[in-house]
Design a protein around this ligand. Sequence first.
Ligand SMILES: [Zn+2]
Length: 251
Amino acid sequence: MPNYSTQAINLKSYNLGEADKIIIMYSRDYGTIKCVAKGVKRAKSSLGGRMQAFMANRLFLAKGRNLDIVCQAENIESFSRLKTDYDKLSYAFYCAELINVFGTENDQNSKQIYDILFETFKNISIFDNNEDCMWAVLRFKLKLAKYLGYAVELDSCVRCNQAEPKYKTYHFFCPETGGVVCSECFLKSHRPFEIDKRHIKLFKDAINYDFPFEDDYKDKNLLFSSFNILKEFISQRSDKKLKSAAMIEFI
Ligand SMILES: [Zn+2]
């Protein structure tokens, strides 16, 4: 039974018998992995708290017939403040759910997906205000979409590919087609959102910077509407209804 090693973040777990758990993780080298943590529910488990949700570990695993087995885990980061605050936890659940829904085994871009998940959990954990946390999640969604091959189109109309001639900027974003639409194509778009150049700047800044500029969210409505546009964009790319999306309605 060959062993292997990787870094992974715990996303979800299920009980298996009296003492074991099946843990779904996202790993840097192999994308989504499902493995068994033996004896983890016993008080004296050698894996201890490292198998709890949202822990990042360096793992040593043994290849099993169906599920791999966690032999050893060294904690890299516990994102400890994620669990001290309901809002932070809701954002973390939402990001974890997106990875559960969209992540697959051996994702081509597993390194980038793991790194943006790690960065997002770290930033949500350390940021002190809700707007900064929303920024982190906004950035996460834009980057995740890109790594999954659904990059948001912000520079030319996503339907006709033309640059907007009349107004030099776009006034609509279509979540279904995944980008800005010109004033002609707007009429053919399904439920487009009204935007202006501030939304486009905010999306571009969120792709490029892990921390917001002050003027990016001085207007909270701008941040909220950008967040909701991307929430709609992401949910339209999933067949499943995202449970945790409802949780963050109330933050
Ligand atoms: Zn167009």
